[in-house]
Ligand binder design. Structure first.
Ligand code: PHE
Length: 340
């Protein structure tokens, strides 16, 4: 009985603060070689009248040791020790690389939003188009040399299907679907079989516009385009219109703006003229309206087509169109803070 009392004290006072001490506790009090085990094995040698109490007390001791072992084991497992680097909350996080909009997207968005603010609606459509929407409906006669103006990519097996050479095809689609008044802008990618140089590419982008209603005049067009140029390049911006030719407009014009690179003094970008061509425009030819089932006696309209690459080069003072397609990250990163 005295041994039991001593053993109880010994168990209660055993300090367990790490894994080794826990193992020592197990060996001392719970293993086959432990004193408690020896006592249980010896129970038959205890005098009969004390055997029952002795057995009970040794069992209690064993349970107590078992419980202490489990409790301490849990405690140690829960207190995982972290190393310094894992808990250093002041350490700066790894930088997250953010992307940015491509300069062409920035300018397309800006052009669209200027026109949206004055009542135009954006329309979208296919890049692979049929001949009707790209040429025939737009008053390009069959076999007419005007089709050569836009060096077209044809699909070998389907000569009636082309990669659209301008987004005027979307204007045709809008006229076929909507009733006047129609006020749409058509942003998109276009394709022409052209030699790639610093000034031209076989893939580029346009935002074309169309306004059809009663009594729309050339003066309306000129004022709208002046408004656009000033929103895009500043209130002092000057424009000029030169006579031109497109099969789908009559009269037709090309619009220049004062060169923003040299401020109108003359440089290589404006070919020393002080002016840069940025868009084609004109009054929609009555034949085009009739092709789209719009009464050309009642309605008139104007259309324009803006070359986005040219705009972007002027806006961001870029001297080589190929930079927009190479996607060199060092070039694109310069537009990270630009937004539209
Ligand atoms: N579609 C013409 C082009 O791509 C531009 C344009 C549009 C001209 C509308 C006049 C009117 O060159």
């Amino acid at each position: 009985m005295k041994n039991i009392e001593d053993l109880r004290n010994e168990i209660q006072q055993f300090k367990i603060s790490n894994a080794e001490e826990l193992e020592q506790f197990r060996v001392n009090f719970l293993s086959k070689k432990s004193e408690i085990q020896a006592m249980l094995a010896n129970i038959k040698n205890v005098v009969a009248e004390q055997r029952r109490t002795f057995g009970q007390q040794v069992n209690e001791l064993k349970q107590m040791a078992q419980q202490m072992f489990e409790e301490n084991k849990q405690k140690l497992e829960n207190s995982v020790v972290y190393t310094q680097s894992e808990t250093d909350l002041t350490r700066p996080a790894a930088a997250v690389e953010t992307g940015s909009l491509h300069p062409i997207s920035l300018v397309m968005n800006e052009v669209c939003s200027i026109f949206e603010n004055i009542g135009f609606t954006v329309v979208d459509g296919p890049e692979v188009e049929d001949d009707w929407h790209v040429f025939s409906a737009l008053n390009f006669p069959e076999e007419h040399p005007a089709r050569d103006m836009q060096d077209t990519f044809f699909i070998d097996v389907r000569p009636d299907i082309v990669l659209r050479t301008h987004t005027s095809s979307l204007q045709v689609r809008a006229m076929e679907k909507q009733k006047p008044p129609i006020r749409v802008i058509c942003p998109g990618r276009v394709f022409r079989n052209e030699v790639i140089t610093s000034r031209s590419h076989c893939i580029f982008h346009q935002v074309e516009g169309l306004y059809i209603a009663e009594k729309v005049s050339f003066a309306d067009m000129k004022q709208t385009l002046l408004y656009f140029a000033r929103k895009m390049f500043g209130e002092e911006t000057k424009i000029r219109l030169r006579p031109s030719y497109f099969p789908f407009t009559e009269p037709s014009a090309e619009m220049d703006i004062e060169c923003k690179i040299c401020g109108g003094k003359g440089c290589s970008v404006c070919k020393h003229s002080g002016w840069v061509e940025v868009l084609g425009c004109g009054m929609v030819d009555p034949n085009v309206l009739e092709n789209c089932n719009i009464d050309s006696k009642k309605y008139t309209g104007y259309a324009f087509g803006i070359g986005i690459e040219r705009m972007t080069m002027l806006k961001y003072k870029t001297n080589d169109i190929r930079l927009f397609f190479e996607n060199d990250i060092r070039f694109l990163q310069q537009f990270q803070s630009a937004s539209f």
